[in-house]
Each structure stands twice: as structure tokens, then as C-alpha cells.
Design a protein around this ligand. Structure first.
Ligand code: ADP
Length: 414
């Protein structure tokens, strides 16, 4: 079986897949790690449990997760030897990692070098890797990076117009995030369209709490809305997205805000929450807008408008558009926001069939009429599955178990 581990800021998600990745035999999340009252929610064998646990850090959280997977009553496996390989998510691979890799001591050293680029996230990913290597010695481990899908972007898309030495000496550039999601979604979209990925120019709209708009041409990310960090691009749940950087100096000098205050404001108090004054959750913002709340209406108008501009810009960058793909919490679940974003984009070949749009039910769906020149689609993202797929492929040569697993995935995929 293949175990995936995803260490987030205060949570650890895990999933245990069958070797051919056709099913999940156990999964869960340890939440509130390092905070008061951490707990685990675990599912396996048709049972769901929730328990308070001790999880002062991510290493302890992984031990808790493993105990649940091995639990005699609600576990999914009897012995750790059932686990053939482990896949980890890492947020930042800098410009070192252009694809997923097998974990070695060298890889860990290089991942440590990327830590200044994601000081809040990479150390947690490293904790997960160290602990998994300790608990599962000799089991091959793979690390999958949120940034690596974007590493093939052309320089014109990733170098900032600052003095060049900042890029050359300090690696200050656009990196982009949500790459694991965008890679999975673009691949699935091509499968659903039954067209070769290499032929397609797509814009992926990953609309969750964080938002990434990604231009994917020929299966490669050629431009992406997030940048050096996870701030830029369109407005998000609590993040501002793009604004004039001159404002930072103004807030600092004229309103006497410290850099820390400005960072917290732009990161945690802006976006849908900041403009609406109601919530960072799109469902609530839409509800209040319908009830007549003017600021909620404005927040939605801004959210939609910023995304439209990225779609138009990326269609221009790619010289056309074959598919527009919606994914993540808002993209998958809100027909209203999808319709608003697509409205007025007929000149790009984007049209929406209202019945098809309203009927989306959690599966992949094409929501444009057959006559539209660009396909508009909904593709549920599955970052864990992408991590598991990379894990199987990279560990295929590592041992009998993993080699057999890779053969089973190939067979299941036909
Ligand atoms: P994350 O970036 O944390 O992984 P998700 O992809 O789970 O986020 O998306 C979470 C967001 O999805 C929520 O904040 C909420 O705004 C939005 N969302 C979920 N369901 C709906 C819905 N039915 N309508 C509108 N927005 C929704």
C-alpha cells in the first residue's frame, strides 16, 4: 500500500491507498497540532472516529496517525510491512526541484536549503519526512513539491523587473504554488476531453481559500498567478492578491504600520473577508450579497473581475484557449461563481450551458455547449492522488513491493 502524508501549518493529513491506487483503505487528519486540544479524525473499514490526542508537533502527529492506521479495532493494516512506499507533500522546492524525487540524505539537505523560501511550511514537511523515515526504515519515500510544476515557465514569466542581481544572487523570482493540483487537474481535463495534453492550451482556475490561476500549454505550466510567496494573483479568502507595492511604503510611513502589521493585514484580514466584512467563506459572502449586502456584492464583483483579467491575459500569453477548467472548493462547488466568471468571455470561445453548470455533482463535467470553441469544465482536484501516483512511479525500481505496485497501477490505468 502507498501512504501519503501532507503536513500543513497546524494539521497533518494522511491517506493509505491500495497498491494500484484504485481505493483508499484508511485516511484521516490530525488537527490543531501544537495548539490546545489537538484531535484526530480517522476513517477506515466503514468506521469514523474522532479522538483527542497528544500532538505537540508534526512528528507526534504522524505517530498518532500511524497508531490509528494500525489500531486493532479501527485500523486499516495489521503491520507496517503492508506499507510499500510513502509520498510527502512539500511546499517549496525552490529552483532546485523541477520534479518529484526519491528522498535521500542529499535531497533532505537541499530541501533544508529551500527553507528560507517557505519558513513556515518547509520545516513541517521535513518533520514529516524525518519521522516517516524513523517509523518506516528502509521503505522508499518520495517528496512532491507544490512549486515544481511551474519550474518549466519561461524566464519572461518568472523574473521580476527588479535589478537582475536579486534574481541571480538571491533567487527572488516567481515560483508559483498549487502545482500538484494544477498538474493533476490539467491531466484529468485532457483525459475527459479525450485529447492529447500536448495539444491543449488551458487556464486552470484553482479557487479554494488560496487561489491560483495557471496557464498550462502542452502540459506545462507557462505562467501562474502566485509569485515568490503565496500572496499575489487574484484576491482570495483572506489574502489581498495583487495591489500596488507602493501601498506598503504608504501604510508604513503615513499610517505608521509596522511591516509585520502590514503583512498580517494583507495575508489574514484582506480578500473576501476584508472587503465584505462578513466572511472569508464564499458561501456566506454570496448569501449576504443575495440578501442585499452591498460590500458582499462588491467582494464578489472584485473576485470575479480579477479572475477574468487573468483568463484573458493567459489566453493572450498562450495565443488562444482550448479549455477553461475550474477546481477546488469554490471552483468545484459554486455554479454561480463559475457562471459569473465566464460571463462576457464569449470572445474567447467561452460559453456556459446553464443546465450543465447547475448539474455538476462532484465528478468531472464539461459545462460548455458542444458548439463553444473552448471547453469549459469542472475537474475535482486530488492532490493526494497525484502524490501517490508520483510515489508509485518513482519507487518502481526500489524493491519487489514497489515494482509490483507500479505494474498494478499501469494495469489498472489500462
Ligand atoms: P483550501 O484552499 O483550504 O484547500 P478548499 O479548496 O477546500 O480550500 O476551498 C475552501 C473554500 O471553498 C471555502 O472557503 C468556501 O469559500 C468554498 N466553498 C466550498 N463550497 C462552496 C459552495 N458550495 N459555494 C461556494 N463556495 C464554496
Amino acid at each position: 500500500m502507498i501512504l501519503t502524508i501532507n503536513c500543513g501549518s497546524s494539521s497533518l493529513k494522511y491517506q493509505l491507498y491500495t497498491s494500484d491506487l484504485s481505493g483508499v483503505v484508511g485516511k484521516g487528519i490530525v488537527s490543531r497540532i501544537g495548539e490546545a486540544c489537538p484531535y484526530i479524525e480517522h476513517r477506515a473499514g466503514g468506521r469514523k472516529i474522532r479522538q483527542d490526542v497528544e500532538a505537540a508537533d508534526h512528528r507526534m502527529a504522524l505517530r498518532v496517525a500511524m497508531e490509528s492506521l494500525l489500531h486493532p479495532e479501527w485500523g486499516a493494516i495489521k503491520d507496517v510491512s503492508a506499507i510499500e512506499a510513502v509520498g510527502h507533500r512539500a511546499v517549496h522546492g525552490g529552483d532546485i526541484f523541477v520534479e518529484s524525487v526519491l528522498v535521500t540524505d542529499d535531497v533532505i539537505r537541499q530541501l533544508e536549503q529551500c527553507t528560507p523560501l517557505a519558513p513556515l511550511h518547509n520545516p513541517l514537511n521535513l518533520h514529516g519526512i524525518h519521522e516517516a523515515r524513523r517509523l518506516l526504515p528502509g521503505i522508499p519515500q518520495v517528496v512532491v513539491f507544490d512549486t515544481s510544476f511551474h519550474q518549466g515557465m519561461p524566464a519572461q514569466a518568472y523574473v521580476y523587473a527588479l535589478p537582475y542581481r536579486y534574481y541571480a544572487e538571491h533567487k527572488i523570482r516567481r515560483y508559483g504554488f498549487h502545482g500538484t493540483s494544477c498538474r493533476f487537474v490539467s491531466g484529468r481535463a485532457a483525459e475527459v476531453l479525450e485529447r492529447p495534453l500536448q495539444e491543449l492550451r488551458m487556464v486552470i482556475c484553482h479557487l479554494g481559500n488560496g487561489v491560483t490561476i495557471d496557464a498550462v500549454a502542452g502540459g506545462r505550466s507557462v505562467d501562474t498567478s502566485m509569485g515568490f510567496g503565496t500572496f499575489s494573483g487574484t484576491m482570495m479568502g483572506t489574502r489581498s492578491g495583487d495591489f500596488d507595492p507602493g501601498l506598503i511604503f504608504y501604510l508604513n510611513r503615513t499610517l505608521n504600520m509596522s511591516l509585520g502589521d502590514i503583512e498580517a493585514t494583507c495575508y489574514k484580514e484582506s480578500g473576501l473577508l476584508g472587503v465584505s466584512g462578513v466572511s472569508n467563506d464564499m458561501r456566506e459572502v454570496v448569501e449576504h450579497a443575495i440578501a442585499g449586502n452591498h460590500r458582499c456584492s462588491l467582494a464578489i464583483d472584485m473576485f470575479v473581475y480579477m479572475i477574468k483579467k487573468y483568463i484573458g491575459g493567459y489566453a493572450a500569453a498562450m495565443g488562444g484557449l482550448d479549455a477553461l477548467v475550474f477546481t477546488a472548493g469554490i471552483g468545484e462547488n459554486s455554479p454561480y461563481i463559475r457562471a459569473r466568471i465566464c460571463g462576457g468571455l464569449g470572445f474567447l470561445g467561452i460559453e456556459v450551458d446553464d443546465l450543465a453548470n447547475d448539474a455538476v455533482d462532484g465528478a468531472c463535467a464539461i459545462i460548455s455547449p458542444r458548439t463553444a470553441s473552448a471547453a469549459t469544465m469542472v475537474v475535482p482536484t486530488d492532490e493526494e492522488k497525484m502524490i501517490a501516483l508520483d510515489t508509485v512511479h518513482l519507487t518502481a525500481g526500489c524493491g519487489d513491493h514497489s515494482r509490483r505496485s507500479a505494474q498494478r497501477v499501469e494495469a489498472a490505468a489500462g
